[in-house]
Design a protein around this ligand. Structure first.
Ligand code: PEP
Ligand code: MN
Length: 284
């Protein structure tokens, strides 16, 4: 039997349309915002800044999967309200994690895209239930999941007749200590071949640091990602979670400016490739 996530099942790329954003099309998508929604001012200022740079997707956690139960757990529903308000004010698509099947209706009411976090990639009951909402879902790769396991997890969502699925490579756990995880770009390149689903790369959770985000983002773009996720905070030093891997506004401006030349180059390449393909005789 052919898996629904496979290119053999569907040859052309899946494009997930959310409001005016098309994920998996030729345009790049940026998924940015704080690790956690902390206050109205924090998410509002961040959305204002990011939208001024053309970022289309605003991220922010309200239910946080923290390693320690004593760490900040997120603002819950209040956080979702603040995220939705900021998204609406600046015309951005919103994304936030859902950790528990019981919270799906609540999170689905406020956000445009439901995120399944790395720690829940193997939570099949959760995968089936987010699939059944029919809403767009971004599925993160598990910390120790093989590419095959990642793809098979996506199958649980697709099986609920929900084609609005985006994959996210967010690094896997290896022996390396200088980065939080190891960004596996071979996963991106392989998934573009094996599957029709869009795939994005999360630079913050894979690297755990900001100083090599630009070269790694360039590498991810060269591997064919459909979008980049990174955490952005008005004051990373004061962030309630993941400050060390969050870009300040100034750092973000430098980051995106550094990516633009490569993005223009890749756009031109894609356009000329599309023209060549059109010029080729079609064989069935
Ligand atoms: C996140 O994106 O907020 C997050 C917790 O990421 P991950 O599940 O990849 O660790
Ligand atoms: Mn985070």
């Amino acid at each position: 039997m052919t898996n629904k996530c496979s290119r053999d099942f569907q040859r052309q790329n899946t494009v997930v349309s959310v409001k005016n954003v098309r994920i998996g099309s030729s345009e790049q998508t940026f998924w940015c915002g704080p690790c956690s929604i902390e206050s109205e001012t924090q998410i509002e200022e961040t959305a204002a800044f990011l939208s001024s740079w053309g970022v289309q997707i605003l991220r922010g956690g309200a239910f946080k999967p923290r390693t320690s139960p004593y760490s900040f757990q997120g603002l819950g529903e209040r956080g979702l309200v603040l995220l939705a308000l900021a998204g609406e004010k600046y015309g951005m698509v919103t994304v936030s994690e859902v950790m528990d099947t019981a919270d799906i209706p609540l999170v689905a009411r406020y956000v445009d895209i439901l995120q399944i976090g790395a720690r829940n990639m193997h939570n099949f009951a959760l995968l089936r239930k987010v699939g059944a909402t029919g809403k767009p879902v971004v599925l993160k790769r598990g910390l120790a999941a093989t590419i095959e396991e990642f793809l098979l997890a996506s199958e649980y969502i697709l099986l609920e007749e929900n084609p609005n699925l985006i994959l996210c490579e967010r690094g896997i756990r290896t022996f390396e200590q200088y980065t939080r995880n190891t960004l596996d770009l071979s996963c991106v390149a392989l998934i573009k071949k094996l599957s029709h689903l869009p795939i994005i790369a999360d630079l913050s959770h894979s690297l755990g640091r900001t100083d090599i985000m630009l070269p790694m983002a360039r590498a991810a773009l060269a591997c064919g990602v459909d979008g980049l996720m990174c955490e952005v905070h008005p004051n990373p030093a004061k962030a309630l979670s993941d400050g060390t891997q969050s870009l300040s506004f100034e750092q973000f401006a430098r980051f995106i400016s550094g990516l633009l030349p490569l993005m223009h180059f890749l756009d031109a390449q894609n356009a000329s490739q599309a023209e060549t393909e059109l010029a080729l005789p079609v064989t069935i």
